[in-house]
Design a protein around this ligand. Structure first.
Ligand code: F6P
Length: 324
């Protein structure tokens, strides 16, 4: 291994910059060259590269987003696109890759490796925390803290006006953000894709909550929940069935993807970057680096793609008890 290419791909997440910094500086530490590839796989196809040294990553450990920019490349899904990408990295002398992204990005990496046999390492970067083989993905902790901070503010209005708020959070098909931020922010109910509460039980729970003396409530809803109504339809449904409730909706959206990474995400990014580069140096390929317990681990990338990251079911019970 002489020259590593690093790219960020898919949705950005806080901590990606800290991971780029770690990869670049670990390369420098081991006297390996490092090349930044802009806009993920699309930049690989277009030959958008930049030489990176330890000074090119100054002052980014604390920055959200990704200085390398990110994209979801359609061209890379075609054999012609990948061929072009490979010619470009060959021309640039890049002999291995670190891909920072989610499972779509890892799928691309795996296909690319199988076609051209270029060593690759994946670093999980997504706020959704939906990747098998790691307890935490980069950006998840930051997103949780952002969501909790915002719901704390929403609670002020909920409580001042005796209102019920439906707060929709991101997570794609996974309920990790909703479940954990919901508990952290003291939600009355949490709707997640992994557990369909059902409309009747939701109404029942809201009725009970009113009867128990609560005057305001927060319900956190994962964007991928299975209740069968979008958050605005749900508001209408609840108001029609429980006229005693004055409901408002807040869809948090992309604010959850931005902002300075938490210390946890920065430390995790630094550790994962070191492990990714050092694993390539040791001759390993086709793994995703992750964290299980407090140990930095390697998971075969095909397992990371195919496996399912389960929610912790104990948290469902905790959430339930906390809303008593
Ligand atoms: O995967 C991260 C994520 O923010 C999801 O939570 C969300 O469903 C999706 O990306 C939004 O994608 P886009 O930014 O392309 O609209």
């Amino acid at each position: 291994i002489k020259r590593i290419g690093v790219l960020t791909s898919g949705g950005d997440s806080p901590g990606m910059n800290a991971a780029i910094r770690s990869v670049v500086r670990t390369c420098a530490y081991h006297n390996i060259e490092c090349v930044g590839i802009y806009r993920g796989y699309q930049g690989m196809i277009e030959g958008d590269f930049k030489e990176m040294g330890p000074r090119s990553v100054n002052n980014i450990v604390n920055k959200g987003g990704t200085i390398l920019k990110s994209a979801r490349s359609k061209d890379f899904m075609t054999p012609e696109g990948r061929q072009k990408a490979f010619s470009n990295i060959q021309k640039a002398g890049i002999d291995s890759l670190v891909v920072i992204g989610g499972d779509g990005s890892f799928t691309g990496a795996e296909v690319f490796n199988s076609e051209f046999n270029i060593p690759i390492m994946g670093i999980p970067g997504t706020i959704d925390n939906d990747i098998y083989g790691t307890s935490f993905t980069l950006g998840y902790d930051t997103a949780l803290n952002t969501v909790v901070e915002v719901i704390d503010k929403i609670r002020d209005t909920a409580s001042s006006h005796n209102r019920l708020f439906f707060v929709e959070v991101m997570g794609r098909d996974a309920g990790h953000i909703a479940l954990n931020a919901g508990i952290g922010a003291g939600a009355e109910e949490i709707l997640i894709p992994e557990e369909d509460l059902g409309l009747e039980r939701l109404l029942d729970s809201l009725k009970k909550s009113k009867a128990s003396g609560k005057s305001s409530s927060i319900v956190v809803i994962a964007e991928g929940d299975k209740i069968g109504k979008n958050v605005f339809e749900l508001k209408d449904y609840v108001e029609a069935n429980l006229p005693e409730y004055d409901v408002r909706v807040s869809v948090l959206g992309h604010m959850q993807r931005g902002g300075a990474p938490t210390c946890f995400d920065r430390v995790l990014a630094s550790r994962l970057g070191v492990k990714a580069v050092e694993s390539l140096i040791e001759g390993k390929s086709n793994f995703m680096v992750g964290i299980l317990g407090d140990k930095i681990t390697l998971t075969p990338i095909d397992q990371a793609i195919k496996g399912h990251s389960e929610i912790d079911r104990e948290l469902l019970k905790v959430a339930d008890i906390m809303s008593t």
